[in-house]
Design a protein around this ligand. Structure first.
Ligand SMILES: C[S@@+](CC[C@H](N)C(=O)[O-])C[C@H]1O[C@@H](n2cnc3c(N)ncnc32)[C@H](O)[C@@H]1O
Length: 436
């Protein structure tokens, strides 16, 4: 009553256009500049990302407090170390993090270093691997295992962080890719110097099956680029005009640019990379490697999700070229086995699914066997839809973990935004610990 109705700028006068513009600009600046010296990366988009930040700060700091409104963090701890390791912060005490340099330099939050070497099916996000390595408090001298190493995301990320690891996979292509990611950072720039004419000659000699090179890394790199080129050609007519030669050269130049960016960042931050050991083998036969009993500090892995997709067939071009027997791989591939066997049954699920679960359980038993007492594990897995029915793989995996002896620690659901495949909406990270 009797009160003067104020306008938005606290007066009863109407502001001028200039005043409005100026006030908005000030307001904008207040929000755009975070009120803190340790700020979130712009790539943090979901609640799961907030959980992942929380998780890694537990391993990296002595004490921390996340302010999700301001998108800042307050912490106590070694700021230089955190800056080199953290995967969710853009700045740590004013200075940009190593991860920010990766994102800025490669223009992508996941395709940095050699992670984007080849479109391997079912790759996981390097950012998640980095987060888990941080959460588990792993450091140089520790040993990590991924027994479903695929194209080597775990082993590559561990190498970049200066931590030793062992990667096992059943597919020869996975082994080639993991080894490439392992060895490329140790090449010299001269070893990657090829003229366009030389590259065209290499392409031709690969096509004639006459390609040779004394350096295994260069030899496999060229083959991999060739497989990727041919695959792109077969899948779409988009590259017809460009031609195979130009596509091959472009792909090579992309990898070379990845190398140069990586070395630049390595020098800027004074990083020391580690080499991983890569093995072509069966996760179900892990106990064959007796020296791995109670050997690992952590396992970070992602078994195949149950799908009715022809995983092995995705690399058909490569396997036909290399003369690899694909049926033999399929006979050991989790979720692709067809043979009839007697095991536990789970409702009226197809036998193939039951076999898949039986193998999954066995692989989790092997993980328990390979970890040290106090060792940490993270399994990344998703539920898929089989014949219109959702398979409860995540909860079954969690149950298996507890059955074999793991203490359950945490489950984070990570939605796969923009995933086109409707059969899979997201994946879960199941974390546990071996406590004897
Ligand atoms: C979801 S993918 C893992 C991808 C990996 N995280 C990456 O980033 O490339 C599952 C992997 O399990 C492998 N695999 C399937 N059966 C296996 C077995 N019996 N032993 C070892 N690896 C197996 C597949 O070849 C595939 O690479």
């Amino acid at each position: 009553m009797g009160q003067v109705r104020l306008t938005m700028f606290g007066t009863d006068e109407f502001p001028t256009r200039e005043e409005i513009v100026e006030e908005y600009a000030k307001e904008f600046n207040r929000y755009v500049t975070p009120k803190g010296d340790t700020v979130f990366g712009f790539w943090m988009q979901t609640l799961a990302d907030l959980e992942l930040l929380d998780l890694e700060l537990q391993g990296l700091t002595e004490e921390y407090k996340i302010n999700p409104v301001e998108r800042t963090v307050d912490f106590k701890g070694d700021e230089d170390f955190i800056r080199l390791r953290v995967a969710h912060l853009e700045k740590v005490r004013v200075k940009t993090s190593l991860y920010t340099d990766f994102v800025d330099s490669y223009g992508d939050t996941n395709a940095y270093a050699f992670h984007n070497l080849y479109p391997y099916k079912g790759k996981f996000y390097p950012r998640v691997v980095r987060t888990l390595i941080n959460a588990f408090g792993l450091k140089s001298g520790d040993l990590i295992l991924d027994l479903f190493n695929g194209s080597g995301t775990t082993t590559h990320e561990a190498s970049l962080m200066g931590i030793k690891s062992v990667g096992i996979d059943i597919t020869p292509m996975g082994v080639v890719l993991s080894n490439l990611k392992n060895n490329l950072p140790f090449l010299s720039l001269e070893e990657l110097n090829f003229t366009n004419n030389e590259l065209v000659e290499i392409l031709q000699s690969i096509e004639k099956k006459e390609w040779k090179h004394q350096n295994d890394t260069i030899y496999n790199l060229m083959l991999t680029i060739y497989f990727d080129t041919m695959d792109a050609f077969e899948r779409t007519s988009r590259y017809d005009k460009k031609g195979k030669e130009r596509l091959f050269i472009e792909k090579f130049n992309y990898i070379k640019a990845c190398y140069q960016k990586l070395i630049e960042i390595k020098n800027k931050f004074g990083l020391e990379f580690e080499r991983a050991e890569i093995i072509e083998g069966d996760a179900l036969e892990l106990k064959k490697y007796e020296e791995y009993e109670s050997r690992f500090d952590a396992i970070i892995t992602s078994p195949p999700y149950y799908f009715s997709i022809d995983y092995v067939g995705k690399d058909k071009i490569a396997y036909e070229y290399l003369g690899v027997n694909m049926k033999k791989i399929e006979s050991k591939y989790l979720g692709m086995k067809n043979s009839i066997s007697h095991g536990r049954t789970y409702g009226n699920l197809p036998y193939k699914v039951i076999l898949y679960y039986r193998d999954l359980r066995k692989s989790i038993e092997n993980m328990y066997w390979a970890l040290k007492d106090g060792g940490k594990m993270a399994i990344i897995i998703g539920d898929s839809t089989v014949g219109g029915r959702k398979t409860p793989t995540t909860m079954i995996t969690k149950k298996f973990c507890e059955e074999v002896g793991f203490e359950f620690r945490k489950l984070i659901f990570n939605p796969l935004l923009g995933a086109r495949n409707r059969a899979i909406r997201g994946e879960s990270i199941i974390m546990g610990e071996k406590r004897m």
